[in-house]
Design a protein around this ligand. Structure first.
Ligand code: SF4
Length: 357
């Protein structure tokens, strides 16, 4: 595992995630109970909420609600008003009230220092529980949110389909000295640079030089250049012959049946499909047009159309060269291929390739 990336981030980042900031700035760092209360509540509030909003709402809330008893006693409407406009504020207010009662009744009013107990609280998942353990109790935990999951996969630390599985893999592979800090580093970097659409031009040079994900992205761009591909819009597909690549995004993992008998789990992420329109009766406009038809209009003619029932075509590249199989063979050098998607008369393993999100 290339933990040097984490060392570089630790050295170069001079910013903290919002909950880390709240924890560091807390006047009660020595009082673990109050610190645990604040880390727990702010993490619950932070889900699907901008950092600035979590920060502002947390400050307003802690002026009025300082401990579990205050949370039990506050009226739910007043609590909703105090935490507005965090995402799902009504559900979160309800969870916070239930959580406070449960802490009072089951844990003697003290936030438990145990992940397995913390996850029993309403609105608390493993991500929140791990953050409370690391930030408030200064104990070992690995808080895996969407950023840690995405970047750990991009860097090949793990090869996992969900944050829960990423946490379990990291617990096996990641040296303990990184457990408490990986979340802060990757949340900050994941928001600003290695985002869902990565801003590689802004990446720290030492990371970019060996990043396995960047290697794939530039390899794909070099293939586009090599075969003279150009990007076109869905509404402007020319009536010409040539080869095309569809970049398809699948937003969630899905078991898809295709052909007459095949069934496969497709992971969330990007798929590159290579096809061509070179025959006397076909052209790019009608060939790609068929893939783009909506579900009701589309005849399930090719295997790829079964995937396209669930995935969205994000980008289309075309070239007037007859290079379908050459491109497929080149893609195989760096990308994982999905079996069963070759064309009927070529010897390629597949014309469908996968890239993690
Ligand atoms: S080079 Fe790109 S993909 Fe790699 S870490 Fe940097 S931003 Fe992320």
């Amino acid at each position: 595992m290339k933990t040097t990336y984490l060392d570089i981030l630790k050295e170069k980042l001079n910013k903290d995630s919002v909950v880390e900031e709240i924890s560091k700035n807390s006047k009660n760092r020595k009082n673990k109970e109050i610190l645990a209360f604040k880390v727990l509540i702010s993490t619950v509030l932070s889900a699907r909420t901008k950092d600035e909003t979590t920060d502002e709402v947390s400050k307003r809330l802690y002026k009025k609600v300082k401990n579990i008893d205050d949370l039990i006693n506050i009226d739910i409407e007043e609590l909703q008003e105090l935490i507005y406009p965090v995402g799902f504020y009504k559900t979160k207010a309800k969870h916070l009230k239930e959580l406070a009662l449960m802490v009072k009744n089951n844990y003697n009013g003290k936030i438990p220092n145990d992940i397995n107990e913390l996850v029993k609280l309403p609105g608390v998942g493993r991500k929140t529980a791990n953050l409370v353990i690391t930030l408030a109790f200064d104990d070992y935990g690995i808080c895996v949110d969407t950023h840690v999951h995405r970047i750990s996969n991009r860097w090949n630390f793990v090869n996992t389909p969900s944050p829960e599985k990423t946490e379990m893999e990291l617990r096996k592979k990641l040296p303990k000295k990184y457990w408490k800090t990986i979340n802060n580093s990757l949340v900050v970097y994941g928001r600003e640079v290695c985002a869902p659409i990565p801003k590689c031009s802004k990446c720290i040079q030492e990371i970019k030089e060996t990043c396995p994900y960047y290697d794939k992205l530039i390899y794909f761009n070099s293939l586009l250049n090599k075969y003279n591909f150009r990007k076109i819009s869905k509404s402007n597909i020319p009536n010409e012959k040539g080869t095309y690549i569809l970049k398809i995004k699948l937003n969630g993992s899905k078991v898809i049946e295709y052909g007459k008998t095949k069934k496969e789990k497709f992971q969330r992420g990007y798929y590159f499909y290579v096809g061509s329109a070179m025959g006397s009766s076909s052209n790019l406009k009608n060939r790609i047009g068929r893939h783009l038809k909506n579900e009701n209009e589309k005849k399930l003619h090719w295997h790829i159309d079964y995937l396209l029932k669930y995935g969205n075509v994000k980008e289309i590249f075309i070239t007037n060269n007859a290079v379908e199989c050459e491109v497929s063979k080149d893609l195989k050098e760096k990308f994982e291929f999905i079996k069963g998607f070759g064309c009927s008369d070529c010897g390629c393993d597949s014309h469908l390739y996968y890239l993690k999100p």
